[in-house]
Design a protein. Structure first.
Ligand SMILES: [Zn+2]
Length: 218
């Protein structure tokens, strides 16, 4: 898990550098087999080191590390138990959190939201660190790669830490887009038919993958 702990530190630094986390708010975890590495509670993410990443088993018992895991450990473990190996990123990113104070869901105002599973639900408010919040988030993630938590923040998951990070940044971008669009008028949303058309084009063009000019990709 040493390499994973290093990857988590790098992710924390990037989240702080790009303004998605402030101070100790936010946490990152990665599951590999029966172990989960996650940030410790009270850690300033911008200054995190590998010693600030604790390794626990799937029941939350500490395996490696001298610091108590994040107060959202239950949320991370609930998602990891449901989905197997992968990564979870939780932030109080400004645009994501702002929209989670206002909306019941972030509608599909841009086709890039389809990679998060379409409209992003805002989970009903439960206090941080509670089993109710953990259950609600992991349940919603059956159909979504990212969710918003009412008056709290955002959670993204991915098969890899890089993927969970990409989704965290994409969700923040989309929330910022919605907020900007809302200052100009009522944002239009893509219909089911339009969404389906985008999916078909993306499958045909292998959208989102690098495509060598002389390669096999069309
Ligand atoms: Zn939080």
């Amino acid at each position: 898990m040493d390499e994973i702990r290093g990857d988590i530190v790098a992710a924390c630094h990037r989240l702080a550098r790009e303004g998605l986390v402030v101070g100790t708010a936010g946490n990152v975890s990665v599951r590999r087999d029966d172990l989960v590495a996650l940030t410790a509670t009270g850690v300033v993410l911008a200054e995190a080191t590998v010693d600030d990443v604790t390794v626990v088993d799937l029941a939350g018992e500490i395996v490696t590390g001298g610091l108590r895991p994040t107060s959202e450990a239950g949320l991370h473990l609930s998602v990891h138990r449901k989905f197997g190996d992968g990564a979870v990123v939780h932030t109080h990113a400004p645009a994501s959190t702002a929209l989670a104070c206002v909306l019941d869901e972030l509608p599909v105002i841009h086709y890039q939201l389809l990679s998060l599973g379409g409209a992003v639900p805002v989970i009903e408010f439960h206090p941080f660190g509670t089993p109710e919040l953990a259950d609600a988030v992991s349940e919603a993630m059956v159909h979504k790669n990212a969710v918003l938590m009412a008056n709290h923040g955002a959670v993204s998951r991915g098969a890899t830490l890089a993927e969970a990070m990409d989704r965290t940044f994409l969700l923040e971008w989309a929330c910022d887009l919605y907020a900007r669009a809302s200052t100009l008028g009522t944002p239009k949303t893509l219909t089911q038919q339009q969404q389906q058309a985008v999916i078909e084009v993306a499958l045909t063009l292998q959208y989102g993958k690098p495509q060598p000019v002389n390669g096999d990709s069309q």
